[in-house]
Design a protein around this ligand. Structure first.
Ligand code: AMP
Ligand code: GLY
Length: 428
């Protein structure tokens, strides 16, 4: 199978790595990619948001499957453009991707489908915001309605900070759906978070193994929200029935509701969940693989990836055999640039990549996010730079291996959390 992957993050490197290990994949292309992906796939220049250009590239390459990684191209309808050209695409339509593109749309779908989530108000004025904040009380949760790369959410005990974030969103929101100027204020959900992915063709829903992400920038869950600073899987503390329960109460009803509305969702449905004292609640939906959770989930998936994604893209998931999983645990530690999640410093050389390949493989490996080649050197090119990923017989071993590899990496001014999977490894 000839496969084209769209995107340039560590998630896409993880996807490309798994696809490159699948014997069914005879040609692997990625656009635009990064310095690490270039080692497993042929890179192409294309604007990932330009559906016509992506479709033209796929046709020229003879691709039989296009996998759209990030949310922005999905919301922009890139998967639609590929399908319109007669090529199977893994990823929802622009309309169905509104599940991620608009938090207000997601809340509406959940209400219609009876999916448990935080109570919320969609506000368009400062007065409505003030009333909603007052109704729920502290801690306050204020969310930009549109796409914000994980940074549009403020959770705070400080009323003024909550109001300031809401005003900023109302004034400046650049919602990709064109419905800017809305903000969602919702009830605070207490309890550990779980990311559960499901592959779906719009009808059949196949959940993957759950993972946990670390959203805050600093150790001990301090500091600002980020796109994600690390992840691990499996979750030794989670109820073994969790996946079945979320399939029944969240994933299947959501997929059924979108099909009923005439906007079927195919691709990857990501449920961000809070396990509260009153049961499971959806924090958010995403319309694509999570980053960095994908790095640990795919590290454990034994079913060949191309067959799975292709079955979803062509409406044949019901025919697929049950997914197979490794018994191993996996841990990913994100190495980020100086100042991330603010405006990151880029262009710094990265050292130690060869040492990790020589000393830590195959149990630990480096997936690239914001990197590019500069002559012989690999240099930083974004906020999250690397996802250092390792597997082991348990979380403690995977964690030790990941941090041993991280210690070999040199990147001036870089930052990483030192507590990824620490609590879970101690519990297991
Ligand atoms: P989101 O972009 O909606 O996933 O929000 C980013 C992060 O903010 C989540 O992973 C949570 O850690 C936090 N968060 C979002 N909504 C809530 C909520 N209702 N209660 C508590 N924390 C939340
Ligand atoms: N790691 C969170 C996300 O991908 O949205």
């Amino acid at each position: 199978m000839n496969v084209l992957v769209i995107g340039s993050g560590a998630r896409e490197h993880a996807l490309c790595r798994s696809l490159s290990l699948d014997p069914a994949v005879t040609a692997l292309h990625c656009a635009p990619g990064n310095a690490g992906i270039a080692e497993v796939a042929e890179l192409h220049r294309v604007d990932p948001l330009d559906g016509a250009a992506v479709a033209a590239l796929a046709r020229e390459l003879g691709s039989e499957l296009v996998v759209v990684g990030p949310e922005a191209p999905l919301v922009a309808g890139v998967a639609d453009a590929v399908r319109a050209a007669g090529i199977p695409a893994f990823g929802p339509s622009g309309e169905a991707a509104q599940l991620e593109g608009s938090k207000a749309f997601a809340k509406d779908v959940m209400a219609a489908a009876g999916v448990p989530t935080a109570r919320s108000y969609v506000c368009t004025t400062d007065e409505e915001v003030a009333a909603a904040l007052d109704a729920f009380g502290a801690p306050y949760v204020v969310k930009d309605d549109g796409l914000a790369a994980g940074k549009g959410v403020v959770v705070t005990g400080d009323l003024e900070a909550a109001e300031a974030h809401a005003s900023a969103c109302l004034g400046t929101s650049s919602s990709a759906s064109g419905q800017g100027g809305r903000v969602v204020v919702e009830e605070y959900l207490d309890g550990p978070e779980v990311s559960l992915f499901a592959v779906t063709d719009g009808e059949t829903v196949l959940p993957l193994q759950p993972a946990q992400d670390f959203k805050r920038a600093l150790d001990g869950d301090e500091g600002p929200n980020t796109g994600g600073m690390g992840a691990y899987s499996p979750l030794p503390w989670a109820d073994p029935e969790l996946v079945e329960e979320v399939l029944r109460t969240v994933l299947q009803p959501t997929v059924d509701e979108l099909r009923r509305r005439g906007t079927p969702f195919s691709g990857l449905l990501y449920a961000g969940l809070a396990i509260t004292g009153r049961g499971v609640r959806v924090i958010e939906f995403n319309a694509r693989f999570g980053d960095p959770e994908t790095q640990v989930v795919l590290a454990r998936l034994r079913t060949p990836l191309a067959a799975l994604l292709s079955a979803a893209a062509t409406g044949r998931l019901a025919e697929l055999e049950p997914l197979r999983w490794s018994e191993d645990a996996a841990v990913t530690v994100v190495v980020a640039s100086h100042n991330y999640p603010g405006t990151p410093r880029t262009g710094d050389p990265i050292t130690g990549l060869d040492e990790v390949a020589a000393q830590d493989a195959p149990h630990a490996y480096v997936l690239h996010a914001g990197t590019r080649r500069d002559g012989e050197a690999v240099v930083s090119a974004g906020g999250r730079v690397l996802s250092v990923t390792a597997t082991g017989k348990d979380l403690a071993e995977a964690r030790d291996r990941a941090y041993a590899a991280v210690s070999r990496i040199g990147l001036d001014g870089s930052q990483h959390r030192t507590d990824i999977a620490a609590k879970a490894a101690a519990q297991a």
